[in-house]
Design a binder for this molecule. Structure first.
Ligand code: MG
Length: 164
C-alpha cells in the first residue's frame, strides 16, 4: 500500500446571471453596481467556486449536493456561512487549505479596485495569509455571455495539505 499523499488539489467553477435590483457580492465583498447576481442564495460566484474547489480536493462532493437550491433554508443565505460549513467539513476530514487562486470573469463592473478587498476577505474566511490568495479579474472581451454582461463567472483552484 502506497503512502497517502499529503497534498490535494481541487477545481471549482460557478456562474450566475446578472439581474437588476440584487446586491452584487463577490468573495464576501459587497460591490456597488446597479446589477447583482440571481440565485437561490446570495449568488456569490467566488465563494461558491472556492467551496467546490475545497470539496473537490477533499473528495467530499459539491455544494449542490450539500446545499440544494430547492431547500428554503438556503434562500438568500450569506455564502460566507456556506463556505464556513464547507471549511469545517474539510478540516474534519483532516485537511487544511494552503492557497487559493481565483479568476473572476466579469465584463462589468471593473473589479480592479476591489481585488485587494476580495483577497483579504477570502484569506480571512479560509484562515490563510492574503499572500496565499490570488485574485485575477478578466473581462469577456465583449464576447459570449460574460462579454455581453449577462453573467459573472469564477474559476478557483485550491491546494490542501494534510493537517498534522
Ligand atoms: Mg452558485
Amino acid at each position: 500500500m502506497t503512502a497517502q499523499p499529503k497534498l490535494r488539489i481541487g477545481l471549482g467553477e460557478d456562474s450566475h446571471r446578472l439581474v437588476l435590483a440584487r446586491p452584487l457580492i463577490l468573495g464576501g465583498v459587497r460591490i456597488p453596481y446597479d446589477y447583482g447576481l440571481a440565485g437561490h442564495s446570495d449568488a456569490d460566484v467566488v465563494l461558491h467556486a472556492i467551496a467546490d474547489a475545497l470539496l473537490g480536493a477533499a473528495g467530499l462532493g459539491d455544494i449542490g449536493e450539500l446545499f440544494p437550491d430547492k431547500d428554503p433554508a438556503y434562500k438568500d443565505v450569506d455564502s460566507t456561512s456556506l463556505l464556513q460549513d464547507v471549511l469545517q467539513r474539510v478540516q474534519d476530514a483532516g485537511w487544511r487549505p494552503v492557497n487559493v487562486d481565483l479568476v473572476i470573469h466579469a465584463q462589468r463592473p471593473h473589479l480592479s479596485e476591489y481585488k485587494p478587498k476580495i483577497q483579504e476577505r477570502v484569506a480571512d474566511l479560509l484562515g490563510i495569509p492574503p499572500t496565499a490568495v490570488g485574485v485575477k479579474a478578466k473581462t469577456g472581451e465583449g464576447v459570449g455571455a460574460v462579454g455581453r454582461g449577462e453573467v459573472i463567472r469564477c474559476h478557483a483552484v485550491v491546494l490542501l495539505e494534510a493537517a498534522e
